[in-house]
Design a protein. Structure first.
Lengths: 508, 566
């Protein structure tokens, strides 16, 4: 427990990494606005994001062996003070968020220049940084109420970011409005849940709550708190029946925003859900097992099929990908619902792998829209020939989405099937495979449109430039790399899963 | 790890990655020739053993298991890739070139796979790479054919994966070794191999897709997929008795279809199926000699089948058709192609001094020795059938028969070279089989040129030829050239019991009726799904904000109830 002895004397820069992780983008955001320079906005945002990424890698390296860093804000010891806790699970999420953000930014530089009027660029990047800050804060903090605060920071900035799509399609405004309503309700439920928890335990520090619940056992208040938190976070995760905000938000947001949000926002929400379900509430509680098996599991399976069917029949490529996200979230929830270490590992690995996969695909679609002006299949058809690099990357992303061996998507589905078999749930394993076949169909429709359909007459599309192509290909190669070198992701995910299942008990 | 040699398949993949970067033309075509030779050299010089082991999601993968069985298949695949690429020298389409490399690479990778997961990777690799050879033709029909082909091939891979997962749960091992049928896992793997091997009733993809590919694509396709399956069966299911009967049926039923088929490339596809039957019987018998027979027959078969596809392909390339009814008399202007075609025909019919003879008799002898008299008889009958449809029908209607009036130029030089080398190999193996025998998995004590073998085979061949000659002489020769094929067909059918055609008709009608029934069912289901899930459907519409919120309330209510009740 090195942290216990170092928190008051901590005073090299390295010891402040947990707070710097959140602070760097948080300070950069107002700086972008205060400087007010359109030229400096992007470099500043990129620099902040890159620094945050480096910090997250350093943090992950320190905790990958299963150790925990506890950082006390302002030197106030928890449970009174706010504590940042970095373990393998959230270090993994931090790396995902900062990594995706850093890679998407060069892409955003070009695509935002086309999609958003120049006078809004400083504010756009400020919002982007705030969104990153919020997501990082949610992941890093060990204080339940702090989660809510950061959640609101990220949500509010997300609404603004989505609404930026309105310069291209006015429907972005309704999409942002719907998300605002839904997101606010979700956050409210979440905070109601926290209130109930506070009522039951008298503390807001996560580790403390966990310890007290473990001591006093469950009661009606805690049951209700659990239900509110699951539903509140379920909204942000886009669990199937309450997913309705997601397709429109993803479809009408600017391409770079969609790529960033799809890869990170729902994933962070999943992380919060995991943290509450496994570290604060214990999977040994009956009500949790029942909720997972009777509600999350069936809805996850419904999502895998219903959303995939919708994706199969979509006529809009971007919307198709949005629905496929809903289906993929189904896999993640399924992994959680197994309530086993393997299942949890699958969920965490899929969270990461699906993040990078969707980043490729949404950036790819953005590039197609950038050149062809629309994401409907009849607009993008035949672009495989005029934009070979973008299209090839999208095919890689598509293969990963299906879960073809050799791509990242395969690894997580493999672990997921293993988890199902471990439990002896044969039908579920078969359903996982069957729903993957639906992915084959919708990915195939994309490939068909890109490569086999004839291009419309008179369209002059050329390949996009390196600013956009670079990020797309980094992600595409990552899809292959993490499909072949599975050590990194599987080890950290397993370590994270063990950490989550172990809870906080080793510290208190 | 670093000192280990590269897996041979990676050579092909590296070349496929480099190829698009090279300038179009000569360099690319040269690369296509150099890579298979380099790969063959690598396989030849490698010691037996297992190399290139890597970790993947906690499994130990053996990317390169070289033993005698995998080596002989690896070598012939390299040889086939070389000949196919030489034949395709004129093709400048990078998609086809890359696909050919990836396809050959995957097939070779699969042969050297020491575990089932690696096998699965490459299994799917062959499926995906090869479909581009079909699509490259660019016609609408080729597109749909390719699609059907892809679905079946990928399906075979998925079944394989399912079997592997189950097998792993059962035995805790993913090693690709001999299995015994019995559990669900092994049956799944067996069926997956069977699909690729074109077992009866699982065979339709073969006759559907091979004739649909490009001229050069068919040559390449004919070498790998099915022989990979033969290898996999030989590795995994040697000595499985059911294979004897499956193989026997495989040798018999395509004969009838081949006889009545007009498209010569489809005739060859049927006869390919029939030849696979011999190999499958060999695997089913499973003795050392029978497996030797299978391996050597696969070796010889890849060559002469490629040769036949090449010669018919050259005709298609020059005349634009491969229909028997539209060809004839081409020997006048394509004498070399005709000669090579005859070599291929003689090889597949197992004439003494040609390759088919020295390999097929291994299997036939084992069938006789293993007390399978009916199987032996069926195989002999099938051999006569081969002679009739591949040995006689193909060269006769293409190059001789009645003059079609077509005067195409001789095949291009590179095609002639490819055919020439292949023809040379066919004869070389037939005349001097010892080097091939030396390559086989088990020591060979076999002398093909005994009195019994030669006389027996010659009797069979001579009587078949005589019968054909007599029928052609006494048959009705109509003055109209276009009617020739139909007419001969009719003569042909007299040759066989009329029942056969009727049975074939009934079977195919039953099949198409069944297909129609299922297609209608599937259409109805998809229609209903579209109503619900389509862009205008209930589920996919953007719901008003109020409805979304209502769902939240429902969701919360349900969650609260569940959590309270428990």
């Amino acid at each position: 427990m090195a942290s216990e002895t170092t928190h008051h004397v901590a005073m090299t820069l390295a010891d402040h990494l947990p707070v710097l992780q959140v602070l760097v983008p948080f300070v950069a955001a107002p700086l972008v606005v205060l400087l007010g320079s359109r030229k400096l906005a992007w470099p500043l945002a990129f620099a902040a994001s890159a620094v945050a990424f480096v910090i997250s890698v350093l943090l992950l390296m320190r905790v990958i062996d299963g150790s925990v860093i506890s950082y006390h804000i302002g030197g106030w010891a928890p449970p009174l003070g706010i504590e940042y806790r970095i373990d393998a699970a959230n270090a993994f999420v931090l790396m995902l968020v900062t990594g995706i953000s850093t890679i998407v930014l060069p892409y955003a530089r070009e695509s935002i220049a086309q999609e958003v009027p120049q006078r809004h660029h400083t504010l756009f990047y400020a919002c982007y940084l705030l969104c990153v800050t919020g997501l990082l804060g949610v992941a890093a903090t060990g204080d339940a109420f702090n989660v809510f605060v950061f959640l609101e920071i990220s949500s509010l900035s997300t609404y603004v970011l989505i609404a930026q799509g309105s310069y291209r399609d006015r429907r972005a405004l309704t999409a942002a409005y719907d998300y605002l309503i839904m997101g606010t309700i979700g956050a409210t439920f979440f905070v109601i849940g926290l209130g109930l928890l506070y009522m039951a335990t008298g503390t807001l520090n996560m580790a403390d709550i966990a310890a007290r619940i473990a001591d006093q056992g469950s009661n009606r208040t805690i049951h209700a708190a659990f239900a509110f938190i699951v539903v509140g976070m379920g909204l942000k995760v886009a669990v199937y029946p309450v997913h309705a905000w997601l397709p429109n938000a993803y479809t009408y947001a600017p391409s770079a925003v969609t790529a960033f949000l799809a890869a990170t926002a729902t994933k962070v929400a999943v992380y919060v859900m995991l943290r509450f379900m496994f570290s604060i509430f214990k999977p040994s509680f009956d009500f949790e097992v029942e909720t997972l098996e009777l509600i999350i599991l069936p809805f996850a399976i419904i999502a895998m099929f219903a959303a995939s069917f919708i994706a199969v029949f979509q006529t809009d490529l971007k919307r198709m990908l949005a629905y496929s996200s809903v289906a993929q979230i189904g896999y993640i929830l399924l992994g959680i619902a197994f309530l086993s270490e393997t299942g949890l590992t699958a969920a965490i690995v899929h969270l990461f792998n699906h993040g990078i996969t969707k980043a490729v695909l949404f950036m790819g679609v953005g590039a197609l829209v950038y050149r062809s002006g629309g994401s409907f299949y009849d607009r993008v058809c035949g672009l495989g020939r005029s934009m070979p690099w973008t299209s090839a990357a999208m095919v890689i992303g598509g293969l990963s989405l299906i879960g073809v061996p050799g791509t990242a998507g395969f690894v997580s589905k493999w672990v997921l099937v293993q988890a199902a078999l471990e439990k002896g749930w044969w039908p579920v394993a078969i359903l996982i495979v069957l729903s993957s076949l639906l992915a084959v169909i919708y990915v195939w429709r994309m490939v068909e449109a890109l490569y086999l359909a004839p291009a419309p007459e008179g369209r002059q599309a050329t390949e996009i430039n390196a600013w956009m192509l670079g990020p797309i290909w980094i992600m595409a190669l990552a899809c292959i790399y993490f499909g072949l070198a599975t050590d990194v992701t599987l080890t950290s995910a397993q370590s994270a899963a063990q950490g989550l299942l172990g809870g906080f008990t080793e510290l208190h | 790890m670093l000192t280990d040699p590269w897996p041979t398949a990676f050579l092909f993949f590296a070349a496929a990655a480099v190829l698009p970067l090279l300038p179009k033309g000569l360099l690319r075509a040269l690369l296509l020739l150099v890579v298979p030779l380099a790969a063959a050299w690598q396989i030849w010089t490698l010691d037996l053993g297992t190399f290139a082991q890597v970790e993947f999601i906690g499994f130990q993968l053996d990317l390169m298991r070289v033993d005698k069985l995998s080596r002989v298949f690896g070598l012939i695949f390299c040889l086939a890739a070389f000949l196919g690429n030489l034949y395709a020298w004129h093709v400048r389409d990078p998609v086809q070139q890359v696909a050919a490399l990836l396809y050959a690479g995957s097939a070779i990778g699969a042969v050297f796979a020491g575990d089932l997961i690696t096998l699965f990777f490459y299994w799917e690799g062959t499926a995906i790479a090869s479909v581009f050879l079909i699509w490259a033709r660019g016609t609408k029909a080729a597109y749909h054919t390719g699609m059907r082909y892809l679905i079946i091939q990928i399906g075979s891979g998925v079944i394989l994966l399912a079997g592997v997962v189950l097998l792993y749960r059962e035995t805790g091992s993913i090693a690709f070794e001999r299995m015994t049928l019995g559990s669900v896992a092994t049956w799944l793997i067996f069926i997956s191999f069977g699909i690729k091997c074109a077992f009866p009733l699982l065979h339709n993809w073969l006759q559907d897709s091979y004739p649909a590919a490009t001229v050069t694509g068919t040559v390449i396709l004919s070498a790998f997929t099915t022989k990979l399956a033969v290898y996999a069966l030989a590795r995994g299911f040697a000595g499985t008795e059911i294979l004897i009967y499956i193989g026997t049926i495989m040798t018999l039923f395509p004969i009838f279809f081949a006889e009545i088929e007009n498209d010569l490339r489809r005739v060859l596809a049927y006869s390919l199926n029939n030849q696979l039957g011999f190999m499958v019987v060999g695997i089913g018998i499973g003795t050392e000699m029978a497996l030797n027979g299978t391996a050597s027959h696969a070796f010889a078969h890849i060559l002469y089948k490629a040769l036949l596809f090449m010669s018919v392909g050259a005709v298609l390339y020059r005349t634009g058709t491969s229909k028997a009814s539209e060809l004839g008399g081409l020997y006048r202007t394509m004498p070399l192609t005709a000669m090579f075609c005859l070599v291929g025909a003689a090889s597949i019919s197992a004439f003494p001094l040609f390759s088919g003879f020295v390999t097929k008799s291994l299997i036939l002898d084992e069938a006789g020795a293993g007390h399978h008299p009916y199987v032996w008889a069926a195989l002999v009958f099938a051999s006569a059938g081969v002679l009739s449809h591949s040995g006689i029908k193909i060269p006769y209607f293409t190059f001789f028969a009645h003059d079609s009036g077509k005067r195409p130029a001789e095949a291009p030089t590179h095609m002639l070279w490819a055919m020439g080398i292949t023809a040379f190999l066919c004869i070389a193996i037939g005349v001097y089989p010892d080097p091939l025998y030396a390559l086989l998995p088990y020591p060979v004590e076999f002398h093909p040129y005994t009195m019994g073998h030669v006389v027996g085979q010659l009797q069979l061949l001579c009587f078949a030829l005589l019968a054909f000659g007599v029928l052609m002489r006494t048959g009705i020769h109509p003055p109209e050239i276009r009617a020739i094929n139909l007419d001969t067909d009719w003569t042909y059918r007299r040759f066989m019991p009329a029942v056969v055609t009727r049975v074939a008709d009934a079977v195919s009608q039953f099949w198409s009726a069944k297909m129609r029934f299922w297609l209608r069912r599937v259409e109805a289901v998809v229609g209903r799904l579209f109503q619900v899930y389509g862009p205008e459907g209930r589920v996919a519409q953007s719901s008003p904000t109020g409805a979304m919120v209502l769902w939240i309330a429902v969701f919360l209510g349900v969650t609260l109830i569940v959590s309270f009740l428990s």
